[in-house]
Design a protein. Structure first.
Length: 340
C-alpha cells in the first residue's frame, strides 16, 4: 500500500461509498446536495484548492482525504473516508497521520477537523491521535452534527493565529479598528497611481500588477485600503524586487515562507497592501476569481457586502482575525465561481 496525491477520479470513487443523504452531509458538507452530482462535486468540495491524499493498493483506492488551509497557522482535515470493505484495518488512522505529517512539513501550527458526534469509534480515534475538543472559530462553516477538534502539531510551532502573526510580521502586532466604508469611485485611480510606481521601480520584473480585494469591485463596501497583487518570478528572492520597492516608498510588513512565499508590503500611510507572489502560485488565481466573481455577480456581491459590514461591527484582536472570519463566505463564493 502506498500514498499518492489524490485525483478527481479518486474523489468520485470515494463519493460512491456514500450511502445516503445523512452520510453525504457528514462527509461532503451541507453545501453538497444529495444525490451527489459527479460533474459538480470537484468544485463543491474545494478539489482545486485542497491537498488531496489517497491510500492505494496497486490500482485500488482504499482511503481518501483532504487538507484545507483554514487560516495562516491552521490546516483543516476533511472528507476522510475508507472504502467500506477495508474498514477496521487502521487505514483511516494511517491516512490522517500522513495528512498531519504534510501539515507539519508545510509549517502549520495546528490541525483541525469535524467528527460525527454519533460515531464513538471516530471520536476515540482522533482523541488517540491527540485531538481535543475546542471552540469552533468564527469563520469556519457550521457543522451541527459534528464536534470540532484541534491538535497542536508541534511544541515549537505557533499555537494560535496570533503566535503565527508574530512570527511572520515585521514590527509589532497592531490592533487597528476595522472600518468598512461605502465604495469610493476614487479607488481605481489610487490603484493606477501605485501600479505606475511599482512598474517604474521594477520594470520587467513586475510580471503582473492587479487591483484586487474589495476596493477593486465597483459598488462594494470596503476598508479604505487598496490591495494590489504583484507577481514576480520568485517571491522568495527578495533581493530581486524588495530593495527597489523600498526605494519607491513601500515597507515590508509580512514574510510568509510557509504560505507560497507570500510577502506583503504597505505604504507608511497604511492605505495600501501590496501582496507579492511567485508566478504559478495558486493564490493568484484565487485572488482574481474572487475579484471577478464579485464584479460580475450581484447576489454574491451583496452577500459579501453584508458579511463584511456585520463582521466589521464586532471587535477583533487583529485585522487578520477579521479577514479569517470572512473565510467561509470567501470559499463559498470562489467555489461558485469555479462551478460557473
Amino acid at each position: 500500500m502506498t500514498f499518492r496525491v489524490g485525483t478527481e477520479a479518486d474523489l468520485l470513487t470515494a463519493a460512491s461509498w456514500i450511502a445516503g443523504r445523512r452520510d453525504c452531509e457528514l462527509w461532503a458538507g451541507a453545501g453538497v446536495p444529495w444525490p451527489i452530482d459527479p460533474a459538480a462535486l470537484p468544485a463543491q468540495v474545494d478539489m482545486k484548492d485542497a491537498l488531496c491524499l489517497s491510500l492505494v493498493d496497486g490500482h485500488e483506492l482504499l482511503a481518501f482525504g483532504q487538507r484545507l488551509r483554514r487560516s495562516a497557522g491552521r490546516a483543516h482535515l476533511t472528507r476522510v473516508i475508507v472504502r467500506p470493505g477495508a474498514r477496521r484495518r487502521g487505514l483511516g488512522r494511517a491516512l490522517v497521520g500522513e495528512l498531519l505529517a504534510s501539515a507539519r512539513a508545510d509549517g502549520y501550527g495546528r490541525a483541525s477537523l469535524n467528527v460525527n458526534r454519533d460515531n464513538p469509534a471516530a471520536l476515540a480515534l482522533y482523541e488517540g491521535l491527540g485531538f481535543r475538543h475546542a471552540e469552533r472559530p468564527v469563520g469556519d462553516p457550521p457543522s451541527p452534527r459534528c464536534r470540532y477538534m484541534e491538535l497542536v502539531l508541534a511544541p515549537d510551532a505557533p499555537h494560535d493565529d496570533e503566535d503565527y502573526l508574530r512570527q511572520v510580521t515585521i514590527g509589532e502586532i497592531e490592533r487597528p479598528a476595522i472600518v468598512v466604508v461605502d465604495y469610493d469611485p476614487a479607488w481605481p485611480a489610487r490603484f493606477a497611481a501605485h501600479e505606475a510606481t511599482i512598474r517604474g521601480a521594477l520594470g520587467r520584473r513586475a510580471l503582473r500588477v492587479e487591483h484586487i480585494g474589495s476596493t477593486a469591485v465597483p459598488g462594494l463596501a470596503a476598508k479604505p485600503i487598496i490591495d494590489v497583487l504583484l507577481v514576480v518570478a520568485d517571491s522568495a528572492n527578495e533581493g530581486s524586487y524588495l530593495p527597489a520597492l523600498e526605494a519607491a516608498g513601500y515597507e515590508l510588513r509580512i514574510r510568509e515562507p510557509a504560505f507560497h512565499e507570500h510577502r506583503m508590503l504597505r505604504t507608511p500611510a497604511r492605505d495600501l497592501h501590496l501582496h507579492v507572489l511567485s508566478a504559478g502560485s495558486p493564490e493568484i488565481e484565487r485572488y482574481l476569481l474572487m475579484r471577478d466573481r464579485l464584479r460580475s455577480d450581484a447576489s454574491d456581491r451583496a452577500l459579501y457586502d453584508q458579511t463584511k459590514r456585520e463582521l466589521a461591527a464586532r471587535s477583533w484582536p487583529t485585522m487578520q482575525h477579521y479577514a479569517d472570519a470572512k473565510g467561509a463566505v470567501v470559499e463559498e463564493i470562489i467555489a461558485r465561481a469555479r462551478r460557473d
